[in-house]
Design a protein around this ligand. Structure first.
Ligand code: HEM
Length: 344
């Protein structure tokens, strides 16, 4: 994708990198799926979620902003090791990076016919539009990256993914400073926007299907109590609150965040249902019809997921993609959705 990957992402967003370049950033990101990391990050998810509950009480009309702050703050802390202290303008810039990047995917004819990028540069008129966007994005990333990199170099950084994994000599990450910057900031943008959207969809479902939420509340009350002895749900309640886990899956099925997933490419020729697919064919998951392959697909009904696999968010659900490139944050995302659905 010469536009969305090349110009807009300076060839450094792993999400849409070709296989050869993708392996190294993925190797360093993989720790995000490990049990030890999840336990540490879980504490931060619970603290930030508690703050979100307070924000809901104090400023209920800004509910959607609380979702974004929560999501951004959690992943900021995981990536950079500190709580988020950014101005509204800085947050807006970060959100715009995602919006422009996602909007660039497939919107230029050049990404569908990449051979066009072989034309001499002076004929590539699309660069006039996309290059300033890519450079603006690069500068926003730098304004978030430079302070944390200086802290790591100066030995004052707190424990974090950047300090202990990405820039740790033990990891032997082979990318340069720019590559590392894109790994870290891609995490922040990928982790914030998706979680925020899923929580927004939850609110939409709550308005449309109050009975489902009454039922959810009964489940939570049974585990966490009612009256003066009631306590907030915790991540460790997940196994006992299968219905809440099922709600997270239903949110993503009912109104998918990813309408199509990024292309995966066939590495060799193969036959499927009488069709021949040559090596190099690009495949996407067409999420809306895939999610509608069930009974009464328009209904928001978490019970459809109560099949013994409800605590496994990728079982039967394709919203996180699949295979080797499956979303590296899916376990974090599941826990964020669980804790906030249960508490709200
Ligand atoms: C509801 C929430 C989320 C959804 C629906 C989602 C969905 C996806 C999808 C569809 C992909 C592409 C997978 C593929 O190509 O097959 C992806 C990749 C990715 N996601 Fe997520 N995601 C979510 C949350 C998160 C979170 C919380 C993080 C932060 C840790 C994250 C970080 C990433 C990264 C870094 C990639 C690129 C992985 C790679 O290049 O190998 N995502 N996500």
């Amino acid at each position: 994708m010469p536009v969305s990957s090349g110009i807009v992402s300076h060839d450094r967003r792993s999400l849409i990198m070709p296989q050869e370049k993708w392996a190294e950033p993925r190797r360093v990101m993989h720790s995000l799926l490990s049990g030890t990391a999840l336990q540490q990050y879980g504490e931060w998810q619970e603290i930030e979620s508690t703050q979100m509950m307070a924000e809901y009480l104090l400023k209920p009309h800004l509910w959607y902003r609380h979702h974004y702050r929560y999501a951004n703050s959690v992943i900021h802390r995981i990536a950079f090791g500190e709580r988020l202290v950014k101005s509204t303008k800085e947050l807006e810039d970060m959100q715009n990076c995602v919006t422009f990047f996602v909007g660039s995917i497939g919107s230029s004819v050049v990404d569908w016919f990449p051979e066009l990028a072989r034309l001499p540069k002076f004929l590539q008129l699309w660069r006039l539009y996309w290059k300033p966007l890519g450079d603006w994005n690069y500068n926003v990333y730098h304004s978030w990256w430079d302070p944390i990199r200086r802290q790591v170099e100066g030995g004052t950084a707190k424990p974090s993914f950047v300090r202990d994994v990405l820039l740790s000599p033990e990891t032997k990450y082979t990318g340069n400073d720019e590559d590392a910057m894109y790994v870290a900031l891609q995490l922040i943008e990928a982790g914030s926007d998706t979680t925020r959207e899923a929580l927004n969809i939850m609110v939409m479902a709550a308005l449309e299907y109050p009975d489902v939420f009454r039922k959810a509340r009964a489940h939570v009350d049974r585990v966490c109590g009612t009256g003066p002895d009631a306590r907030l749900p915790r991540l460790r309640d997940m196994d006992q609150l299968g219905y809440i886990c099922a709600m997270a899956k239903e949110i993503l099925r009912w109104r998918p965040i990813f309408v199509v997933t990024p292309d995966h490419t066939a590495t060799k020729d193969f036959e499927f249902e009488g069709y021949h697919f040559p090596e190099g064919t690009g495949f996407v998951i067409n999420e809306v019809p895939v999610g509608a392959e069930c009974e009464r697909p328009d209904d928001f009904d978490p019970d459809r997921w109560m099949d013994g696999h409800e605590t496994d968010i990728t079982h039967g659900l394709w919203q996180f993609g699949g295979g080797r490139r499956i979303c590296v944050g899916y376990r974090l995302a599941q826990r964020s959705l669980f804790i906030n659905i249960a508490r709200l």
